[in-house]
Write a protein that binds this ligand. Structure first.
Ligand SMILES: [Zn+2]
Length: 307
């Protein structure tokens, strides 16, 4: 489950719980919000004297003393009046003389609940506004879901011949070895295959389109520059690099120990975290040109998502 669907689930359950709380507050027997009429103190007492009110609940809070009288004939209907604190004892006594059942309740402990329930519409409104805001920013759940369906993948392959006395650069890192790739630029097979995979995934052609080997400005160029440029092209098209998986095939030297540095260098050039870059090494089991140590090759698959 991704983070957006988790957030969605959490919000859903919050809404359900708050809806439940509101309904409970509306329909619970202690409810003081439904079917009640505001009346004056005199009217209230007149109803008591007339025997129209048999049950009274007195809510004692810091701010007010409230009387809720229940209609003797219609239990769902009631009457409300606010008292002076000083009047409460004599009123209670009078009610008891009239045979009215008086229940006294402290509402202080439930104040936060009342506040919460009464503030619910506002809370929901604020939540909804935040949701809309997020949508407008393009980070909405729907967009995120649609975004995942707009994931694009590209494949890249490169091979360079190896010759003695040339520096061996793979993944932006120079490795200690007696042979190195022949190429117009620095001959970094991994960077070239990665560049092709990224451009392919974005539908932007290939490395030759953007960095022709006939152009003198790329002679001996650091191939990480190609990646930096590719990254700019992706950003312009609103693509995000989600994952890169690569295999580098060479008989020698061992590449594994250099992978952490390569991942770091590639990630830096692409402006992503290095955990998005996955590297693997293979030999060619001694067969063909690669197996004879005459060449080095790389395969890369890159996954992009579009915002
Ligand atoms: Zn190349």
């Amino acid at each position: 489950m991704n983070s957006s669907s988790t957030a969605k689930t959490v919000l859903f359950w919050f809404s359900i719980i708050f809806l439940g709380l509101m309904l409970y507050k509306l329909y619970s027997p202690d409810s003081s919000r439904s079917g009640k009429d505001e009346i004056s103190y005199n009217e209230f007492m007149a109803k008591v004297d007339a025997g129209e009110i048999k049950n009274v609940t007195m809510y004692l809070s810091q701010s007010s003393y409230d009387l809720w009288g229940q209609d003797a004939h219609s239990p769902n209907r009631g009457f409300h009046v606010t008292l002076f604190k000083e009047a409460a004892p004599s009123v209670t006594e009078h009610l008891r003389e009239k045979g009215v059942q008086v229940t006294v309740k402290e509402v202080r402990s439930a104040d936060w609940m009342l506040l919460l329930v009464n503030g619910m519409p506002l809370l929901l409104l604020v939540g909804f506004c935040l949701f809309l805001l997020q949508r407008m920013k393009g980070g909405s759940w729907r967009t995120a879901q649609a975004g995942s369906s707009k994931t694009q993948t590209g494949i890249g392959y490169d091979l360079h011949r190896l010759e003695e006395g040339r520096p061996l650069i793979v993944g932006g890192i120079e490795l200690p070895f007696d042979r190195g790739p022949v190429g117009h630029s620095d001959g970094d097979v991994l960077a070239h295959a990665l560049c092709d995979a990224l451009l392919g995934a974005a539908g932007l052609g290939d490395i030759g389109t953007h960095f022709p080997d006939t152009d003198p400005q790329w002679k001996g160029a650091n191939s990480l520059l190609f990646l930096e440029h590719a990254k700019k092209l992706l950003t312009d098209k609103n693509f995000t690099i989600e994952h890169v998986d690569a295999v580098v095939i060479t008989e020698k030297p061992k590449l594994g120990p250099h992978f952490p540095k390569m991942r770091e260098a590639l990630a830096k050039a692409l402006g992503v975290s290095s955990d998005k870059i996955h590297l693997k090494a293979k030999t060619n089991e001694g067969v063909d040109a690669i197996g004879r140590g005459e060449a080095i090759a790389a395969h890369v698959v890159a996954t992009l998502s579009s915002r």
